[in-house]
Design a protein around this ligand. Structure first.
Ligand SMILES: NC(=O)c1ccc[n+]([C@@H]2O[C@H](COP(=O)([O-])OP(=O)(O)OC[C@H]3O[C@@H](n4cnc5c(N)ncnc54)[C@H](O)[C@@H]3O)[C@@H](O)[C@H]2O)c1
Length: 323
């Protein structure tokens, strides 16, 4: 069997998650790792008998690859994607795809022109519970949406800074925004507010510590999504949807469907990241693509997250239908 040769750009936290999946695939070879923190590239390379590089340029010029995983922080996107696209390589990139909308739009156009296979890490789309929610909502479309990312502050220093992470709505709550799009459809208008509180335990943290956004959907549905990083634990991360005679609550590990006969909860089965990686590898290997979130699709979600930031900053509602 010919094996698919994968290189990684960025070998931090989320890269390890994908590696734990990809190493289970007997049709994949993990052959090269590039990280600006060379020790991280070395550690990952040692684990898989692969080669380590200090930059994406070295990795791309030295290795013959079939596809690349790009697992770098939000602020770092740009040169790596351009170089991967210039090589004509399919790539999987972690969300959020960039902090710079113009750059993401430029890339989407290049990807489209080159016909490249892409995948983006909105893995909630792969939850079997989300499939069940979609089936329920086909008959009774959601009219009201309440989304939450009420959590602790992630440790990476880049996360604390607006110009590096984009803030919580862009970096974390984007999963919930994407899920709302996946289940309810396009968003046409956002109106957001954000607040910040200095905290002694997080010196220099300048992202909003609370934020909220009202959304209007093309379907006529309306919703609100709230985020905070003020807690010391993960309190609530999920999406609630309401339709005629139906209340649904989704987290990344269960679903509750209330039709007026109690609140039955079902746990999600299987690993959505495994399914996400499998679909990407299968498409790279020539199977008809079942990828649920391409770069172009992720861009639609990302526009909403950035519009939420813009609205919070300007105090104005942002009309997305007009863009
Ligand atoms: N899909 C998910 O559920 C999920 C979960 C966690 C993180 N993420 C996303 O993954 C991205 C990375 O997060 P993380 O937790 O792995 O961060 P991390 O800080 O643990 O790792 C990022 C790695 O990228 C390296 N890096 C930075 N710039 C680079 C560059 N130009 N070239 C090569 N390497 C570079 C860093 O040295 C670091 O090793 C973020 O955008 C985050 O939102 C997604």
């Amino acid at each position: 069997m010919n094996r698919t040769r994968i290189g990684f750009i960025g070998a931090g936290g989320i890269a390890q998650r994908h590696l734990g999946v990809l190493e289970q695939f007997d049709d994949v070879d993990l052959v090269a790792f590039a990280d600006v923190d060379f020790d991280r590239a070395l550690a990952a390379a040692a684990r898989f008998g692969a080669r380590a590089f200090g930059s994406h340029d070295e990795l791309l010029s030295d290795e013959s690859l079939d596809a690349v995983y790009i697992c770098i922080p939000p602020f770092a996107h740009g040169a790596a994607e351009r170089a991967v696209i210039a090589k004509g390589l399919p790539f999987f990139v972690e969300k959020p795809i960039s902090l710079d909308l113009k750059f993401a739009e430029e890339l989407a156009a290049k990807i489209d022109a080159a016909g490249l296979i892409t995948g983006v890490g909105y893995h909630w789309r792969y939850l079997d519970t989300v499939e069940e929610a979609r089936r329920q909502l086909e008959q009774r479309p959601a009219q009201l949406v309440s989304g939450y990312w009420l959590d602790q502050t992630p440790p990476p220093q880049w996360w604390w800074h607006q110009d590096q992470s984009g803030g919580q709505m862009v970096e974390q709550t984007t999963h919930i925004i994407d899920l709302a799009r996946y289940l309810v459809g396009d968003v046409t208008q956002v109106f957001a507010m954000a607040g910040h509180r200095d905290r002694a335990d997080f010196p220099g943290l300048d992202v909003a510590t609370v934020s909220t956004a009202s959304l209007r959907f093309a379907s006529g549905a309306i919703g609100n999504i709230g985020s905070t990083c003020l807690l010391n634990w993960g309190h609530r991360v999920g999406l609630h949807l309401f339709a005629e005679g139906l209340a649904l609550e989704l987290t990344d590990h269960d679903i509750m469907i209330d039709v007026g006969a109690g609140r039955p909860v079902r746990h999600a089965e299987g690993d959505p990241v495994w399914r996400e990686d499998r679909d990407f590898i299968d498409a790279v290997r020539g199977a008809p693509s079942c990828i649920r979130c391409s770069y172009a699709e992720a861009l639609k979600t990302h526009r909403i997250a950035l519009a939420i930031n813009q609205s919070a900053q300007t105090g104005q509602p942002i009309d997305l239908a007009a863009r």
